[in-house]
Design a protein around this ligand. Structure first.
Ligand code: SF4
Length: 475
């Protein structure tokens, strides 16, 4: 399944872990994954341990397709990890679904990963040379196999041993017979937080919203380089690796990926997005005379449109109604339906744009497949002018740290000027937020990865050989 109508960058995964004695952890993980569904809609899985044995259920599809009351009832225990994922065309989604679960000489082991290792080819070759068989192209399988044969007396030691060899983005949940570990790479690329459950157990999740869904309190981020252990001895925090200086948190979590109720780097994402809209207005000097109405491309741009409207005095209104489900189907559209393109996903409220000068605010332009069609929808609905404002700078470089933006040739801004993009899209005018404006809205000067805008990657990598943040198919 792929969202054939989306051109937004895709986050690879959402992860969660739970330790909850005397609770139905599989059901808790199910509801936690529900709150992370937006981070990965291709496959889902939950692994559970009862302190002795481990069981797993995973498959392709949405969380609600993959799990039933029947298969959840077979996952009994006190410890659970869960995963939602994206894959891409060509990848065998079922084979690459997570968590990965294997038997090791230290007992069962399962792992769920959000991110992408930039040295996975090298690590993979090392495993194959040592006679370790691999069944998929996934760096997560490489990580699982490395953990199984790592040096150390305890799982904590073995995780540390591997962290020293892993290079790139990894927020992880690891399940052993009697522990759940939550781990974040020393650059801090991907989010991960932990919290205390009302029942006395604890949980970890990619986003704080999923923890709040479970009723967690005392929520804190897993800090870069930390291993947090969720077990019957409460939360144990260990700084396994020194955090990198500067850190490289993914700024796209603020712009697009995270749900607006998430707190990322201590900042509420909804508020950051409002400030992105305010900065766009401020740095371009827009005022009430610029247009008649500002409309967001739902959903991620709604807070930015509120901020833009507040800063300019241009009234905010809804212009698009989005069908959130049509792109998430296994059923491919007929050719005639496919030609309708974004019109299959968005309807315009004609009365809100008729004869109006419209500002359309969107989070990003990646391949440029949807901006033009959205503008045409507005013009067909009678908009007098369509001005497009984007809440980040032009994306000119691919991501190698776990986000699918495609390769250089896919990116519309890689070799084109803003004026060329405007002409291609058919907008009356087009504005991108500057790098400085974006960071002012975030409220930090440093500590964030901005490589997709600048080409300055926070890790040394061999661009010719590094995979982008998604998997190649194994032939
Ligand atoms: S390259 Fe862009 S999408 Fe990838 S981690 Fe950096 S900021 Fe995030």
């Amino acid at each position: 399944m792929k969202d054939f109508l989306s051109e937004s960058p895709r986050e690879e995964c959402g992860i969660m872990g739970i330790f909850a004695p005397n609770e139905d952890v599989a059901r808790m993980a199910f509801f936690g994954l529900f709150a992370l569904q937006h981070r990965g809609q291709e496959a889902a899985g939950i692994a559970v341990s009862d302190g002795q044995s481990m069981s797993l259920h995973k498959d392709t599809g949405l969380v609600s397709n993959v799990f039933t009351a029947m298969n959840l009832s077979k996952l009994s225990g006190h410890y659970a990890i869960g995963h939602t994922r994206y894959s891409t065309t060509g990848s065998s989604s079922a084979r690459n679904a997570q968590p990965y679960m294997i038997e090791t000489m230290h007992g069962p082991l399962a792992l769920g990963h959000n991110g992408n290792l930039v040295n996975s080819s090298e690590l993979r070759d090392g495993l194959l040379r040592d006679g370790v068989g691999l069944s998929s192209s996934s760096d997560t399988e490489v990580m699982t196999m490395m953990l199984a044969r790592a040096n150390g007396e305890t799982w904590d030691d073995r995780i540390r041993d591997c962290m020293r060899k892993w290079k790139g983005a990894y927020s992880l949940v690891i399940l052993t017979r009697d522990c759940v570990y939550a781990i974040r790479d020393p650059w801090g690329f991907r989010p991960l937080s932990v919290g205390i459950l009302p029942s006395g157990g604890s949980a970890a999740a990619s986003e704080t919203g999923a923890l709040r869904t479970l009723g967690c309190e005392a929520i804190r981020e897993v800090k870069p380089g930390e291993i947090v252990t969720l077990s019957n001895k409460a939360l144990i925090v260990n700084q396994a690796l020194k955090p990198m200086s500067p850190l490289a948190l993914c700024v796209f979590e603020h712009i697009y990926f995270s749900r607006p109720d998430a707190v990322w780097d201590g900042r509420n994402v909804h508020h950051v997005r409002q400030r992105l809209g305010e900065e766009l207005a401020r740095e371009n000097g827009f005022g009430p005379g610029f247009a008649d109405v500002v409309i967001p491309v739902p959903d991620s741009s709604t807070p930015s449109a509120i901020g833009f409207s507040r800063a300019t005095g241009i009234p905010y209104n809804d212009g698009f109604i989005k069908n959130r489900y049509v792109g998430r189907t296994f059923i491919e559209p007929t050719d005639s339906l496919r030609k309708r393109g974004v019109a299959l996903k968005f309807n315009v409220i004609n009365e809100n744009v008729l004869n109006k000068r419209v500002v359309m605010i969107d989070d990003s332009i990646v391949r440029g497949n949807t901006t033009g069609p959205l503008i045409r929808l507005l013009r067909n609905a009678g908009a007098a002018e369509v001005h497009v404002v984007i809440t980040c700078p032009p994306i000119k470089h691919p991501c190698f740290m776990g986000v699918d933006m495609g390769v250089y040739d896919d990116l519309i801004a890689h070799k084109r000027s803003i004026e060329e993009i405007r002409q291609l899209s058919g907008a009356d005018s087009l504005y991108f937020l500057s790098l400085n404006g974006m960071m002012r809205a975030v409220g930090r000067k440093a500590g964030y990865c901005q490589a997709c805008f600048t080409g300055e990657y926070p890790i040394d990598l061999d661009i010719m050989n590094a995979k982008t943040g998604f998997e190649q198919s194994m032939k």
